[in-house]
Design a protein around this ligand. Sequence first.
Ligand SMILES: [Zn+2]
Length: 521
Amino acid sequence: MRSFRMRTHVVLFLFCLVLSWAGAAHAGTAEPGKVLFILLDGCRADTFNRLCDQGRTPTLAWLRDHGLAVDHAVSVWPSTTGPAYAPFICGTYPFQSNLTGIRQYLRSSGTYRSYCGTDVKKITDDLSRDYPTVFELLPRDSLALVAMLDRGARRNFNPPLDYFLKNMRGKYIECDLAIHRKLEKELGKGLPRFTFVSFHGPDAVGHRTGTDGAAYDEAVINLDGIVAKLIAWLKAHGELERTTIVISADHGSQSTSKSGDLAPVLSAMGLKVRDAIGRSTFGYNFDKKGHAEENDVIVCVSGNACVQLYLKGRPDASLEGMPSFRVRPTLAEMRQYRRGSDAREIGDVIGALLAQPCVGFLAVRDGRARYRVLSGSGEAVITREGDRLGYKVVSGTDPLQMGVPARKVSDGRLVQERKWLRMTCLDPYPDAVFQISQLLEAENSGDIIVNAAPGYEPWHEGQKGVHGGLDAAQIKVPLVLWGRGVPPGRLPCARTVDLYVTMLKLMQVAPPPGLLGIPLF
Ligand SMILES: [Zn+2]
């Protein structure tokens, strides 16, 4: 009886929404609109669509089916919190945002960052100033709740300590409900032109239990209820017709049952390794010069399926002089690595990593505008000329396991980068050709980037679910817009950077120069 009553309420509510939508669609675009951006952190695209299709998330389904939805929306590599927020807040890829992982090593200053720990507040300082945040573009009219990159927001809120304590006790649904209460309290002071709010239930549950059980579904279903309440709030306060609601996620998640660890493999070769620092970088950065001198390799883990390895290179080929993290080693040097001032031979670092079951594939630079993808069973080369990319398998089987459309042009010919997205959006590693090239071009990306094998955590935290990788479950996200100024329909594919320029268009804000996103309409 109770569930019948609930269903009746949902149906009535959605009927009201139909009437409101009719008004919203005819609101015109004379006045700049408002945008309410709701980030479902860690929500897989396929879970989102399954729950919508099963009728278990009726509000999200309604928004998807009556608004503009992207069938295959792709985030960025690494698909991890922080770097994958930047597309929504600055419209940038990692190579533009200066954020290449939730942990990263800043080559120029020799500083180690762990944004999921002691450096959480430093992420806004490290975020490139070449591209303004949406909050900086709307300095008097923006609200950021748990936005991580909230530089320039008129009002911002980040969770207090008890939120993290609740999270550690596994009370994720309670945490999201608390964020919702805080949001409604802030909205009570007025709905700004741009509001960003993120809810972390799906991400937290994914890491703790994986994505295959009821708990992960429940975290998304809980957010459906929150979105329904937010729409009701907008309607009750006369804001619905002026507002576009945007739903997306920074990444998905993939269950793991097996683990590996790369630092011991490198140590066993005779390398001095600084492993990913769990949460605190105080110790490292207190003596960063000493640590940079002492170590040969720095390991930075994101999500935890993406591992970036920073390896010292040599300033010249004569093997004289001290190797340094400021110099990137060549692929040939990594294949026959020598460490220290005496250039003692260590061996094939690439080969040692590829022998690990937890390694899916590696991505490395291979000269200028050329990148190599290596798995245990094959190698491919990516070449770049401007906005065109070529892909060719040079030995063994295709490490990116491309489907027929992309395979037909995988002979090294140069193809416009957006075409790679369209051709690979159904593949196991969607958009990989572009995503690999953009990440390897980033100033602070690792010299070797590891994409974990499916089902593996390539580190030792014992997580049951991971993200950070290029795998479809991790990099594909929901992307839905509904409300003022949005033409209903379906788009086959897009990237999350496209959402940024679309939102600026809806708010009638001129996009800053240099952005590569394409408006969705
Ligand atoms: Zn996240």
